[in-house]
Design a protein around this ligand. Structure first.
Ligand SMILES: Cc1ncc(COP(=O)(O)O)c(C=O)c1O
Ligand SMILES: [Zn+2]
Length: 419
């Protein structure tokens, strides 16, 4: 049997051939890529992976690309897993890690799904690509499209950060600012993909695109010596990342690549002003979309997540939990992460740390759990919100006596803080 078997509806189980489609004609459920795991077992091995460069294409057999010559890579993935001793001690977790996806080529984890999505577009012979986006995916799609000379259309809410606009614009994308929410941009994208035959990676190429994010699980397992953590906390927008990371862990177990037999607890976090998935988990209900997201964490302002109900069910199935911090908690977490571990993240990444702090306090996370936080996007793209945290630096004439005054004042403040 072929390694990539086809597409299957996540709701009703109807099977589909490998086409640029992402929704079931029977029930409108999302389609996902199905693999033949017996064939996969014959063609993969840890030794084979370990001989390749440390980026996401190291695990190519576990991705839905069939013509390897169409692979588009900017060196995506292969990001560090930092052991966070200082931060762990401070918040009371014995073994804490950060998967630092802020250092991807376009500075967010979106390079994982985008590189797979654009590769798949090339395979399908599609030569105009794009996405609907809250900013990070747009930059990533634009960068990968530039690498292979594809035209690229981006639909974004007009309110996203200027830095993200500058980045995607320099990559050469045609940016269409939507006077409305991300969800409205997404709805327009569905029509545009159909009308113009575009490959919009998170719309009609979505089933293939989300597969790229599984590589985060593979890397974490490999970086932990082919074992799994006890718990991972991830940011939630559309829910695609969390569902893919869950699938990645389950495949590692299915393929006997790790000794563990249990999927880690998988938990999620969204800002309180846009938390449809978290609300459903905490209130034990179905997901109810949020019509008007209200948060400074623009990357996560998705009111009607495409993978919403699946995310809720996978969080429950894994024994995970969810929490929605305030914008203020998210910003404070960004400061804490940067000042204890040297990792500079936007709020969309630090919702996970803000959630962890609260979940420890609630007793929903045990201090002995081996916890990984997914930190998914750089702080440089969200300077307007992070700048709220920053005091203006003191400027002095270049004179020793003026420097001495400042050093003495700092000493005093430090003594006071210790006492
Ligand atoms: C930095 C960052 N982290 C996490 C997410 C959420 O990912 P997903 O939409 O797959 O849930 C996003 C979404 O745009 C993002 O930009
Ligand atoms: Zn279906």
């Amino acid at each position: 049997m072929e390694r990539v078997a086809g597409l299957v509806c996540m709701d009703c189980g109807k099977k589909y051939p490998k086409l640029p489609i992402s929704a079931c004609k029977n029930c409108w459920g999302p389609l996902e890529v199905e693999y033949d795991y017996e064939t996969l077992k014959e063609v993969i091995s840890i030794k084979k992976f370990e001989k390749r460069p440390f980026d996401l294409w190291r695990y190519i057999e576990l991705l839905p690309i069939e013509d390897y010559s169409k692979m588009v890579s900017l060196g995506d993935g292969g990001t560090p897993l930092h052991k966070c001793k200082r931060l762990g001690e401070l918040i009371g977790i014995k073994e804490l890690y950060v998967k630092d996806d802020t250092v991807n080529p376009s500075l967010s984890f979106k390079d994982r799904p985008a590189s797979v999505g654009i590769s798949k577009c090339l395979e399908f012979g599609i030569n105009v690509v794009g996405c609907a986006s809250t900013g990070n995916l747009a930059a990533s799609v634009a960068a990968h499209a530039a690498k292979v000379g594809l035209r690229c259309f981006i639909l974004v809410p007009e309110t996203i950060e200027l830095n993200k606009i500058i980045q995607m614009s320099l990559y050469g994308a045609k940016i269409i600012g939507i006077k409305g929410t991300y969800d409205e941009a997404f709805a327009l994208g569905i029509i545009a993909a159909e009308k113009y035959g575009w490959g919009l990676v998170n719309i009609n190429i979505r089933s293939y695109y989300v597969e790229g994010s599984k590589t985060m699980s593979y890397e974490i397992a490999e970086q932990m010596g082919w074992t799994l953590p006890d718990h991972i906390i991830l940011p939630l927008g559309s829910g695609g990342l969390l569902c893919s990371v869950y699938k990645g862990f389950s495949e590692l177990i299915k393929l006997d690549l790790v000794s563990s037999e249990e999927i880690p607890r998988v938990s999620g976090s969204q800002p309180i002003g846009c938390a449809p998935i978290v609300n459903a988990v905490r209130n034990n209900t179905h997901m109810i979309p949020v019509e008007n997201p209200d948060t400074i964490v623009h990357s996560l302002a998705i009111g009607n997540p495409a993978h919403g109900d699946y995310t809720v069910s996978l969080i429950r199935k894994s024994g995970g939990t969810a929490y929605a911090p305030t914008d203020q908690e998210v910003l404070q977490a960004a400061k804490l992460l940067a000042s204890t571990e040297g990792i500079f993240s936007e709020g969309a990444g630090t919702v996970t740390l803000a959630a962890l702090i609260q979940l420890i306090e609630n007793g929903e996370i045990d201090k002995d759990e081996k916890v990984v936080l997914g930190v998914t996007g750089t702080g440089f793209k969200a300077l307007d919100s992070l700048s709220i945290l920053v005091k203006k630096p003191i400027n002095i004439e270049p004179k020793l006596e003026l420097l001495e005054k400042l050093v003495d004042k700092d000493k005093e403040e430090n003594m006071k803080a210790i006492a």
